[in-house]
Design a protein around this ligand. Structure first.
Ligand code: AMX
Length: 460
């Protein structure tokens, strides 16, 4: 079975030539006009980044090398361990992101194995550092510290510092670092979860080298019901299987959302200064920690729990709508709704909702938070449309994900974004590897000051 790096190495000459050819022949082709609205408005509609693996269509959502989530669900290899798991492996997605090809089952399995083996080299120093952090430190801050500390062991940074590295070889050690980073995430995540739940950072499960990456995230969270002696799982076997399936689903669809979102863009920007993957992706994680980006999932859960505690009945639709209206009138956002680019319901949301729908008469039948989440997906768009401000009144993926994790027992709201951070590593780090393959330059857009803006508008 070919491993990912071998396949990537084979693809490099052709892909590199393709992009460099475009650059040399069509350097001056115009892509669009930049308006003052875009300059002041967060660079909206300004197509000015190159992104290798994904594009976001405002109507149909994310595409991974042209493939929709639905395509990926049909085509990408799933786990073959006799369980009923229905979600593709995030490792399959990582292969697709890196190579633009659908891996075979064997290739996906070998990547799972490779990541599990790489995970074993997580440095003791990082483990110690994480265990020394205060229990109440924000989980995303802990994640940033853990990841940034790995810079000390970065193959890229160390080779670069020793002057051994030619530009042609930047990608190789960047790839090694990126794969190690992804491999370390289950344990780092588990140690953070253990810390914030009062278990002192000790592992709550085992890292199993015969299991896939998402399974190991669940195991590290103590959420796998197994016969293992260290098992602390409170879920039944069937709930635990569902949770692992949920983790594969969630981490499989959050890997990337083209290049302009805050976490991906931050990774790319910081990486463009020739930082290694550890420092670059820590910057992405800092971006992901914002409430308008990755932290939205916890905002949604807080919002749902609070609304449920205040309404007299989950069946009183008018009361729910009135609360949404009041929220907008007080100039607050409805978390989990709207998007900077999407103009239709987020297909990632639909997939999460399908997960709930399949279990709505069983697992979720008595969960009012889940019911409220489903109700809001109908009511909130109506209220937002009437209010008329948002460009997209539909649910984004964050409106569903956190409350499902919460149902299975992950009650630390600030922690959801750490799981998002596990998944999001795959897209931006794939890009960083390709940035190095192509030898892309430091990112340095031009800014304008108020005097220049006034001159452009011909006002005094
Ligand atoms: N509730 C209330 N008002 C909203 C809103 C929402 N869910 N979404 C947008 N608006 C408001 C904006 O605040 C803005 O108001 P303003 O003119 O007074 O500043 C106006 O509608 C126009 O905004 P927009 O062009 O539709 O959105 P945007 O591109 O500026 O912002 C986003 C996009 C996601 C930040 C915004 O929709 C939002 O704040 N949503 C809630 C938070 C959220 O769910 N974030 C997660 C996004 C997905 C992710 O990254 N994980």
């Amino acid at each position: 079975v070919k491993n990912l790096k071998t396949r990537l190495t084979e693809l490099i000459p052709e892909k590199k030539e393709e992009l460099l050819n475009i650059k040399s022949k069509f350097n001056n082709v115009k892509v669009g006009d930049i308006t003052i609205g875009s300059i002041i408005g967060g660079m909206r509609n300004n197509s000015s980044m190159f992104w290798q693996s994904t594009t976001l269509d405002p109507e149909t959502g994310i595409r991974f090398h042209g493939r929709t989530i639905e395509d990926c669900q049909k085509l990408l290899p799933k786990v073959k361990d006799g369980s009923k798991s229905n979600s593709f492996l995030p490792e399959s997605m990582l292969w697709l992101l890196m190579t633009s090809e659908i891996p075979t089952q064997d290739e996906a399995n070998s990547l799972s194995k490779e990541l599990a083996l790489r995970a074993k080299s997580l440095p003791q120093e990082t483990i110690k550092l994480l265990s020394d952090l205060p229990q109440d430190l924000h989980p995303m801050t802990q994640l940033v510290i853990g990841l940034a500390s790995l810079n000390k062991y970065s193959s890229f940074s160390n080779k670069y510092a020793s002057g051994q590295l030619g530009k042609e070889n930047y990608w190789d050690s960047t790839y090694e670092d990126a794969m190690n980073l992804i491999a370390y995430l289950p344990e780092i995540t588990g140690r953070i979860y253990s810390k914030i739940t009062g278990n002192g950072g000790e592992l709550l499960g085992v890292l199993n080298e015969d299991k896939d990456w998402s399974y190991n995230i669940c195991s590290m969270l103590g959420m796998v019901n197994s016969t293992d002696s260290s098992n602390r799982c409170n879920l039944t076997k069937s709930q635990s299987d569902d949770f692992i399936d949920l983790m594969r689903l969630y981490t499989g669809i959050h890997v990337d959302h083209e290049g302009g979102n805050v976490s991906a863009h931050a990774t790319h920007l910081v990486g463009s200064a020739l930082n290694d993957p550890f420092l670059s992706y820590s910057s992405g994680i800092l971006g992901l920690a914002g409430p308008l980006h990755g932290l939205a999932a916890q905002e949604v859960v807080r919002f749902l729990i609070q609304m449920n505690s205040e309404i007299t009945s989950i069946d009183d639709d008018q009361q729910i709508k009135d609360r949404l209206k009041n929220l907008l009138d007080s100039r607050k956002v409805i978390p989990g709704y709207g998007h900077a680019i999407l103009r239709k319901p987020d297909p990632r949301f639909n997939v999460m909702l399908d997960f709930v729908e399949k279990r709505k008469f069983t697992e979720f039948k008595d969960d009012d938070n889940i019911k409220l989440m489903q109700k809001l997906s109908t009511f909130a768009p109506q209220v937002l449309l009437e209010h008329g401000k948002t460009k997209n009144p539909y649910p984004n993926v964050d409106s569903a994900s956190g409350i499902i994790f919460y149902h299975y027992g992950l009650k630390e709201l600030l922690f959801f974004t750490v799981i998002f951070g596990c998944s999001r590593s795959m897209g931006p780090l794939t890009q960083l590897v390709w940035d190095r393959i192509y030898g892309l330059p430091i990112e340095r857009p031009k800014s304008v000051d108020i005097a220049q803006l006034k001159a452009l508008c011909k006002v005094n």
